[in-house]
Design a protein. Structure first.
Ligand code: SAH
Length: 352
């Protein structure tokens, strides 16, 4: 039992079963016992490895795509370069290194990081010593000026609610108390307005997830971009439409029971990209691209070969494995998608 499990059990005893969204929010961001607030989960020694931690090539491709998009829109000055959920700051460090040579880009850029966890803000400051980022807690606080926005594995960490189809209604998954521990249950079915459009493409017993926190974030980013110029690259696992139970917990590079160690495992769900794209209107979404295709179009293989020329033995093997891991369909290549947003009438972000 974790300290957070005791508290959640006490809360359920007082106020009844809780939604997955409330459970996720507490487990991930509780100031005292939350997963992101108390630990550094990324990397080989942590619980999971993300694309920027696999190879510098990931951030480099993203950085060049963003810079080209900035050039394509007439190099507006000043502009915000923002990242949501930067983790250890690795991707942003790679983006900044690779764009150093783009004339005017760094001078025009104002760097903004959206991060909830104070411990991670400190790591990000260490990773970006020369760039004086401004930290904000929510996208609402993004300045009203041209915005180039990037987020890798951020939206999957936002709290979801989960429902099972029952007739024309939906039975919500809740976390409740069983004997001494936590367990899942389903609430009585009710109609859910936000899922009315899913009655057409689901049948009895199907599971659908709803990320209520993601939509206002996508809406704000979309409005800023449509009004002031810019672009967004949202990279995550998921599909065009949510279907099935994707709520998962990862600890020490393996899947665990999400209710077993609250606050000590990463909790995520797949991203429903269609909903994000719809929320981001009037910004225009490019067709959803797989990570493998996106990176190939941007020339990751040429970059991989150039880097390989300087490597040998173990370092070369690791580099080849990293390239494969980022792009191959059986690894991250097709599970991860890129949603790219641009203002109406502007060129797409390269690679999308
Ligand atoms: N992008 C990084 C880290 C991904 S983990 C990488 O690819 O390695 C998710 C990140 O989002 C963490 O930095 C976490 O602290 C942050 N985060 C999670 N929920 C958040 C919220 N509601 N607001 C701001 N940041 C959040």
């Amino acid at each position: 039992m974790t300290p957070l499990a005791d508290r959640l059990l006490a809360q359920i005893a007082t106020t009844g079963p809780m939604t997955l969204a409330d459970f996720m929010q507490t487990c991930l961001l509780d100031p005292e016992h939350g997963y992101y607030t108390t630990r550094t989960p990324f990397g080989v020694k942590g619980d999971f490895v993300t694309a920027p931690e696999i190879s510098q090539m990931f951030g480099e491709m993203i950085g060049l795509a963003l810079a080209q998009s900035w050039l394509d829109q007439g190099s507006p000055t000043p502009f915000t370069l923002a990242e949501a959920g930067p983790g250890r700051g690795t991707m942003m460090a790679d983006i900044l290194r690779v764009t150093r040579g783009i004339h005017g880009f760094h001078d025009a850029m104002r760097l903004v990081l959206i991060e909830a966890a104070p411990t991670l803000r400190a790591l990000q400051a260490d990773a970006l010593p020369d760039h004086h980022p401004a930290w904000i807690a929510t996208v609402e606080d993004l300045p009203k000026r041209p915005l180039w926005f990037v987020a890798n594995e951020f939206f999957d960490a936002l709290p979801i609610r989960q429902f099972q189809r029952a007739g024309d209604g939906w039975a919500e998954t809740v976390v409740t108390r069983y004997d001494d521990g936590l367990g899942f249950a389903r609430a009585a079915p009710t109609p859910v307005r936000a899922l009315e459009h899913r009655l057409a493409d689901t049948t009895e017993g199907d599971i659908v997830e709803l990320c209520t926190a993601a939509q206002p974030i996508a809406a704000t980013v979309g409005q800023r971009i449509a009004a002031h110029g810019g672009a967004a690259l949202i990279i995550d696992y998921g599909d065009a439409r949510s279907l099935g139970d994707t709520f998962q917990a990862v600890q020490n590079h393996g899947y665990v029971n999400p209710l077993e160690t609250p606050g000590q495992a990463d909790l995520t769900a797949h991203v429903d990209f269609e909903k994000l794209a719809r929320a981001a209107l009037p910004a225009v979404a490019a067709p959803l691209t797989t990570q493998g295709e996106f990176l190939e179009r941007l020339g990751i293989t040429d970059r991989a070969q150039a880097l390989a020329a300087r490597l040998s033995e173990d370092a070369l093997d690791r580099h080849v494995a990293a390239h494969r891991r980022l792009t191959h369909p059986e690894e991250m290549g097709t599970l991860f998608k890129i949603l790219a947003l641009t203002p109406p009438g502007m060129p797409r972000v390269p690679g999308t």
